[in-house]
Ligand binder design. Structure first.
Ligand SMILES: C[S@@+](CC[C@H](N)C(=O)[O-])C[C@H]1O[C@@H](n2cnc3c(N)ncnc32)[C@H](O)[C@@H]1O
Length: 490
C-alpha cells in the first residue's frame, strides 16, 4: 500500500500517512496491541476508504478476528473496486476462514489484474498447494521467489510444492538458496532439515542443523531435529546434547520435551503428547505409505491375519458389523480389509494430515479427528471389532486404553493391536512394563500386556512375537495381540 497518497495530511492533527506507516510496521512486527490505538487514531483522522479497510482488515487478521476482517475487505472492495492489494488480502482472509475456493477466485483475479505482481502469484501458489495441485503451484511460486528471493514463507511454499511433485533434490536446492538469501530465518533451516529427514538422509539433516547452529540460528526446533537426526545415525551422546540445547530454548514445547524425555534427559511421560503426534504425523502424512513400504511394514497385514483366524466366517462373506480403527493414519487397515465384508469402518486419528490421506481412499464410512482415549470415553457404540495398528506404541501406560476398549466392545467383541516389544528391560522398566525409546516410541513387555489385559477383563486369544517392520536391516520386534471381551462378563 502507498500510504502517502492514500492518506493525505490534514492541516492540523496527527499526520495520517505517518500513522498508517506505523500501523503497517507494527502489524509486520506482530505488535497488534500497540497497533490498535494508532489504527483508531487513523480512522478518526481520515474519511473511510478502500485503503483504510485493507489496513484495518490486516490488523483484524493478525488479531485472529477473521469474520470482521472479511467484512472490512468486502466493504473496501464495494467502495473502491477490487484492487490487487484488496484481492490479495481477501484471499488471505478466506484461506484463514477455510474458504479455499473463495481464496482461489480472489488470488486468480489478482493475478489477472496484475500478471507481474509477485505477491499475487505467491498467494495463488499457496492456494493451489492447499487445493492439492502442487504441479500448478510450482510455476506461480517459482515466479514469486524469482521476484522476491528473500520472502522466506514463499520460498518454503515453493519447496513444499516441489517436494509434493516428488522432486526432493529441487526442493532441497530451493531451500539452500533461500538460506543463503535469508540466513537468519529458522523456518527455512527447519524446512531444509525436514526435506533431508524425509528422504532419510540423516547425515545431511544433521549437517544442515549444525550449519544453522554455527551461523548463530538459535532455535529449539532446529536443535530438536538435529538431535533426532543424530539419534537416527546412532550418535546418541551428541543427540542428547542437541536435545538439551533445544530444551533450554523451549522448555515448554511438547515436541522438544517428548524427544528430550526419550533421550533420558527428562522424566519419561507415560504417553506421547497429542501436539507432538500432530506435529510428527501432519508433516509426515504424504510420505507415510512410501516410507512404510520401504520399511516392509507388516502390521495391518498381521491384524487382518489374526482377525481371519479368529473369525474365519469373515472370509466366507459373513459380515461382522461396524469396526473401529484407532489411530487409523492414512487408512492402511481399510486397504488390507477392503476385499472382506468388514465394516462399515470408523477411523479415529489425532492428525488431520493423516486423516486427509485416509479420506482420499474412500474406504471409511466415518473419520473422526481426535485423541483415541477421549473418543472412546464419549463414544456409545458397541463395537464387534476394534483395531489399533501400530498406535499403542505412542502410549507407555496402556491400562486406561485397554479399559476403555473393553467398555466399548460388544460382548464377544475383539480388540486387535500390536506393540513394540521391550526385551532388555532394566529393573525399573521391568516393574513399569514399558520404556520410552530414543525415537519417541514406547515398547512394552509381554508380561505387562498379559497382566493389564486380564485386569481389564479380557480373554487373551492371540499373543505372538512378530517382526513389525525392518529398520537398519533388522526386524523391529513386536507383539501381535488379540483380546476378546468374553460374553458372560455383562
Ligand atoms: C504409525 S501410524 C499407524 C497408522 C495406521 N494404523 C497404520 O497401521 O498404517 C500411528 C497413527 O496413530 C495416530 N495416533 C497416535 N497416537 C494417537 C492417539 N492418542 N489418538 C489418536 N491417534 C493417535 C498418529 O497420528 C498416526 O496416524
Amino acid at each position: 500500500m502507498h500510504a502517502s497518497p492514500a492518506f493525505p495530511a490534514p492541516k492540523n492533527g496527527p499526520d495520517p500517512a505517518q500513522l498508517s506507516r506505523r500501523v503497517q510496521e507494527m502489524i509486520a512486527a506482530g505488535r497488534v496491541h500497540a497497533a490498535r490505538p494508532l489504527m483508531a487514531a487513523l480512522r478518526r483522522a481520515v474519511p473511510p476508504s478502500a485503503e483504510l479497510c485493507d489496513l484495518e482488515a490486516r490488523l483484524l487478521l493478525r488479531e485472529g478476528r477473521i469474520p470482521e476482517a472479511l467484512a472490512e475487505l468486502d466493504a473496501g472492495i464495494a467502495m473502491g473496486g477490487a484492487s490487487v492489494e484488496l484481492l490479495i488480502s481477501r484471499a488471505d482472509a478466506r484461506m484463514q476462514a477455510h474458504d479455499v475456493l473463495g481464496a482461489a477466485a480472489d488470488a486468480s483475479d489478482a493475478v489477472i489484474l496484475a500478471p507481474g505482481h509477485a505477491r499475487a502469484k505467491a498467494v495463488l501458489g499457496v492456494v493451489l498447494l492447499e487445493m492439492d495441485r502442487p504441479e500448478d503451484a510450482v510455476p506461480c511460486l517459482r515466479a514469486a521467489v524469482a521476484a522476491e528471493p528473500r520472502h522466506a514463507s514463499c520460498v518454503r511454499a515453493y519447496a513444499t510444492a516441489l517436494e509434493r511433485c516428488g522432486d526432493h533434490d529441487a526442493a532441497a536446492q530451493v531451500l539452500a538458496d533461500g538460506i543463503r538469501a535469508v540466513p537468519g530465518d529458522a523456518g527455512l533451516r527447519t524446512a531444509a532439515i525436514m526435506v533431508a529427514m524425509r528422504t532419510r538422509d540423516f547425515a545431511a539433516a544433521a549437517d544442515i542443523a549444525e550449519a544453522a547452529r554455527q551461523d548463530g540460528v538459535a532455535d529449539a526446533q532446529v536443535f530438536g531435529l538435529r538431535g533426532h537426526a543424530l539419534s537416527s545415525l546412532g550418535r546418541h551422546e551428541e543427540a542428547t546434547e542437541a536435545y538439551a540445547e533445544a530444551l533450554k530454548l523451549a522448555p515448554d514445547d511438547p515436541y522438544v520435551r517428548h524427544l528430550v524425555a526419550a533421550a533420558g534427559l527428562l522424566p519419561q511421560s507415560s504417553r506421547a503428547p497429542a501436539p507432538y503426534l500432530e506435529a510428527v504425523f501432519d508433516g509426515y502424512a504424504q510420505r507415510f505409505e512410501a516410507h512404510l513400504i520401504g520399511l516392509q511394514y507388516r502390521v495391518p497385514g498381521l491384524l487382518r491375519e489374526a482377525l481371519l483366524t479368529l473369525r474365519p466366517t469373515l472370509a466366507e462373506g459373513a459380515a461382522l458389523g461396524p469396526m473401529l480403527d484407532l489411530g487409523c493414519g492414512t487408512g492402511l487397515m481399510g486397504v488390507v480389509l477392503s476385499d472382506l465384508p468388514a465394516g462399515p469402518l470408523t477411523g479415529v486419528d489425532v492428525s488431520d494430515g493423516m486423516l486427509r490421506e485416509a479420506e482420499g481412499k474412500g474406504l471409511y464410512a466415518t473419520l473422526v479427528h481426535g485423541e483415541l482415549e477421549a473418543f472412546l470415553a464419549r463414544d456409545t457404540t458397541d463395537w464387534p471389532v476394534i483395531l489399533a495398528a501400530d498406535v499403542f506404541c505412542y502410549f507407555g501406560v496402556l491400562e486406561e486404553a485397554l479399559r476403555l476398549c473393553h467398555a466399548r466392545l460388544a460382548p464377544g467383541g475383539l480388540l486387535l493391536f500390536t506393540v513394540e516389544e521391550l526385551q532388555d528391560a532394566s529393573a525399573d522398566e521391568a516393574e513399569k512394563g514399558w520404556r520410552l525409546g530414543r525415537q519417541g516410541r514406547f515398547a512394552h513387555r509381554v508380561d505387562y500386556i498379559e497382566r493389564i489385559a486380564a485386569e481389564a477383563g479380557f480373554a487373551l486369544r492371540v499373543l505372538r512375537r512378530e517382526g513389525l517392520r525392518s529398520e537398519a536391516g533388522a526386524d523391529v520386534p513386536g507383539l501381535l495381540v488379540a483380546l476378546e471381551r468374553v460374553r458372560h462378563d455383562g
